[in-house]
Design a protein around this ligand. Structure first.
Ligand code: NZQ
Ligand code: ZN
Length: 386
């Protein structure tokens, strides 16, 4: 097992009716900016619950943070924070609203001239404006981690940021919110969380037995609840296990003491930036070719995964590993997710070259757990995903 430091300061309030406890978590005298997306919270009653919990506070609102949060929109919100002398941010939404809020938390205290530098120069944020979240969509784990992904349409870029100053102070996880989520977003959440675990698990063995078992437990839980929550989003027990699995998949715990990959995400982000494909679906497009291309260095963990998670008992290490890849693709497809780029767009030709050029320009010379996947390899992997 590798050495590690672990600190996760986010307080979780989990379960039915927890939104009513918002009041206890926000500092007295806070001037709150409530941030939300394109309006689902006004239809499903979450907005009303939040407002009722906070009647004693002065609240300004900013809506319109859409999926894949857009830099230009966030710059408008930053102006509101400055004009209104906001002291606390409250994100009510999925990964996009939470990530947008993290950017604002950083930008509100940023001393530099151009807030885009936070992303372009990947500045590690040590301190941000305090914020909390009410999660409305299990998927990203953003509610309990310190990372964010921001999109800039103008330049078709999607970049990552973060730092120890960007953990939410608290996050409210009420599984009842799942009952208004459309089925294709539930599928996205399942596939995103599943891939988060794989990015931290399908690498190479380092004798981190407990981390492996944590990872396998989350994967098995997602597989078990997937058909139930896809069929009935009002199934509270399935929703609760879905929600907590997504949080646990990316709150730092399973990542400690082990190598992690993240190449699927790095390539996937480019597909969202170029074509607007949902985040989770870009991962489903890349995964099979990434694991096939890097088969030799990943086969031991792939075989372990196939055996322990999918109960594959027969065959050599190689055969089991191949079966593990196949079962993963079938799992995505069982959620109604298409797994090749050409099923999403007709104009896919040339994509591999564009992405490898971008990696080259950004100086991303070697990605993956060994830092050895070059822009040239990326080009081949993306091409295999057409
Ligand atoms: O815009 P609103 O009204 O909020 O509607 C959203 C949106 O249309 C809707 N929705 C959310 N909760 C709902 C609901 N509809 C009905 N009922 C509810 N309870 O769902 C749509 C998608 O929401 P979004 O927040 O975009 O989805 P998700 O949580 O999947 O977030 C995706 C973003 O997170 C980033 C992705 O790249 C993408 O930009 N990620 C963030 C990560 C992180 N911070 O750790 C890690 C991930 O790998 C990922 O990259
Ligand atoms: Zn993801």
């Amino acid at each position: 097992m590798n050495n590690f430091d672990l600190l996760n300061p986010t307080k979780i309030l989990f379960g039915k009716n927890q939104i009513a406890n918002l009041l206890k978590e926000i500092p007295e005298n806070a001037k709150i900016l409530l941030l939300y997306g394109s309006g689902s919270i006004k239809k499903n009653g979450i907005y009303t619950q939040v407002k009722e919990a906070l009647t004693s506070y002065k609240i300004i609102e900013f809506g319109g943070i859409s999926a894949n949060p857009e830099y230009a929109v966030l710059m408008d919100a930053l102006q509101v924070i400055k004009n209104e002398k906001i002291t606390f941010l409250l994100a009510v939404g999925g990964g996009s609203v939470i990530d947008g809020t993290k950017f604002l938390s950083a930008a509100a205290l940023f001393k530099g001239e151009n807030p885009w530098d936070i992303l372009a120069k990947n500045i590690a944020i040590q301190k941000g404006m305090p914020f909390g979240t009410v999660l409305t969509l299990p998927a990203t784990g953003s509610e309990m981690n310190s990372g964010a992904v921001i999109t800039r349409k103008e330049t078709k870029e999607k970049l990552v940021m973060g730092g120890p100053g960007l953990f939410p102070i608290f996050s409210i996880l009420d599984p009842e919110v799942v009952k208004s989520i459309p089925q294709h977003q539930i599928a996205n959440g399942l596939a995103d969380a599943f891939t988060h675990v794989l990015e931290q698990y399908i690498t190479y063995p380092v004798n981190a037995l407990i981390q492996d078992r944590f990872a396998e437990g989350i994967l098995q839980t997602l597989i078990e609840i997937a058909p139930k929550i896809m069929k009935n989003n009002a199934d509270y027990n399935a929703a609760a296990n879905f929600m907590w699995s997504c949080t646990m998949a990316l709150n730092g715990l399973i990542q400690k003491g082990v190598p992690s990959d993240w190449a699927i995400h790095m390539m996937g982000h480019e597909l969202t930036a170029l074509f607007g494909i949902d985040h989770a679906r870009t991962l489903a497009i890349i995964l099979e070719s990434h694991y096939t291309y890097n088969f030799e260095s990943k086969k031991e963990k792939l075989a372990q995964y196939a055996t322990r998670v999918w109960n594959v008992t027969k065959g050599t290490t190689e055969e089991k590993a191949l079966d593990g890849i196949k079962k993963t693709v079938q799992f995505f497809q069982s959620l109604g997710i298409k797994t090749t780029l050409s099923e999403y767009t007709d104009s896919y030709k040339g994509t591999a070259e564009i992405i490898s050029k971008r990696f080259e320009e950004r100086g991303w010379k070697g990605i993956g757990e060994h830092g050895k996947i070059t822009p040239n390899d990326v080009e081949k992997i993306v091409k295999m995903s057409y």
